[in-house]
Design a protein around this ligand. Structure first.
Ligand SMILES: NC(=O)c1ccc[n+]([C@@H]2O[C@H](COP(=O)([O-])OP(=O)(O)OC[C@H]3O[C@@H](n4cnc5c(N)ncnc54)[C@H](OP(=O)(O)O)[C@@H]3O)[C@@H](O)[C@H]2O)c1
Length: 324
């Protein structure tokens, strides 16, 4: 029997948003250990933009030197289980689920097959597909780094880039750990960060967080706009610097802290895991973690969505509604 087709956004060349085209491709068939998901919502992340542009150039060494090896972008999604492979035990047809593709991609499409033991969990009844779709990249990354910091109740953390996808989740997760949170963002996002629970908000257009005489047990640079070198004097003894987008100098300090000890500098890629996603799920179900959605676009307006995310100033997340 011929495999049915599905709509997907495909890119065959690196470049401007216009390389993304709505087209029809074969629907995936789940392997024995996989779950076929009918996608209701996905997102455009800043990582998707980097992959589309092959920026930095090093992207090409991993994802295709001349052209992208994986021609459908998108790393997180929410939807409904359409079918399961013969060895799947964790999910059943009809389950609402959300998750991430890990290092793979392919959620700019009507269907995707994902392994049941990957970063995939059921969606709480109180959470919409649009909301759930935003939490398997930003929140999972935020949780990974905050766990590395081993934050305890009452400790002070500064979150730089607090209005982005990782930042908005990090503020809420750090609050759920009992930390005192200082968020750094621009004027337009001060009220948002307060509403997410930040104890102190620093508007970077008016104040320089590094010269205010405040110190922290952890500093989390989520969008790479501050480095360990710029903020190390603000760390208390035993403090930790976290970065989800490390500057070249951060890599040197990461190596140094591994080899010689001293202040911990933690960067690199956050691994995907169903255990951490279960933690995210429970925070959402308990109302301690809310999705921040800036804009939503239909699948057919992917080019516009990429143009917007590329500005670098989205608030939280940009959602793509795949199913009508
Ligand atoms: N290590 C990992 O495993 C991992 C995983 C996922 C993503 N990442 C990377 O992490 C980075 C952040 O991802 P994201 O999705 O959170 O980014 P994002 O949502 O695209 O970040 C956008 C936010 O950055 C803020 N921003 C821009 N310039 C700023 C500045 N000078 N100071 C403070 N805030 C500023 C903007 O706020 P304003 O409008 O207020 O400026 C905006 O709200 C990306 O580079 C992504 O590729 C890493």
């Amino acid at each position: 029997m011929k495999t049915p087709n599905m709509k997907a956004i495909v890119y065959k060349h690196y470049g401007a948003p216009e390389v993304l085209h709505l087209t029809e491709v074969a629907r995936p068939t789940p392997k024995d250990n996989e779950v076929l998901i009918r996608i209701h919502a996905t997102t455009v992340t800043s990582g998707d933009v980097r992959l589309r542009k092959a920026d930095p150039f090093a992207v090409r060494f991993m994802f295709g030197l001349m052209r992208p090896k994986l021609q459908i972008l998108g790393h997180e999604a929410a939807g409904v289980v359409e079918a399961v492979g013969s060895k799947v035990t964790r999910f059943r047809k009809g389950d609402r689920v959300f998750g991430s593709t890990g290092l793979g991609s392919g959620t700019y499409a009507e269907y995707i097959s994902l392994p049941e033991d990957g970063a995939l969990v059921t969606t709480p009844a109180s959470v919409s597909d649009e909301e759930a779709a935003t939490l398997a990249v930003g929140a999972l990354t935020a949780l990974y780094f905050l766990k590395q910091a081993k934050l305890s109740a009452g400790q002070h953390i500064l979150i730089h880039g607090a209005s982005g996808s990782i930042g908005t989740a990090a503020v809420q997760i750090a609050k759920s750990m009992g930390a005192h949170v200082t968020a750094v963002c621009s004027t337009a996002n001060v009220a948002l960060l307060r509403s997410l629970g930040a104890d102190r908000v620093i508007d970077y257009t008016k104040e320089d967080f590094s010269t205010m005489g405040l110190t922290y047990d952890a500093i989390f640079s989520t969008v790479g706009r501050t480095s360990y070198a710029q903020s190390k004097t603000l760390l208390n003894t035993g403090g930790v610097f976290l970065t989800s987008f490390a500057a070249p100098s951060d890599f040197v300090h990461m190596l140094g802290s591994k080899l010689f000890g001293g202040t911990r500098v933690i960067g690199g890629g956050a691994p995907d895991g169903s255990a951490d996603l279960e933690h995210i799920r429970s925070l959402m179900a308990a109302g301690q973690l809310k999705a921040v959605i800036d804009r939503s676009y239909p699948l057919a307006q992917m080019v516009e969505a990429h143009r917007y995310v590329e500005t670098g100033h989205k608030k939280g997340n940009v959602v793509i509604k795949v199913a009508a």
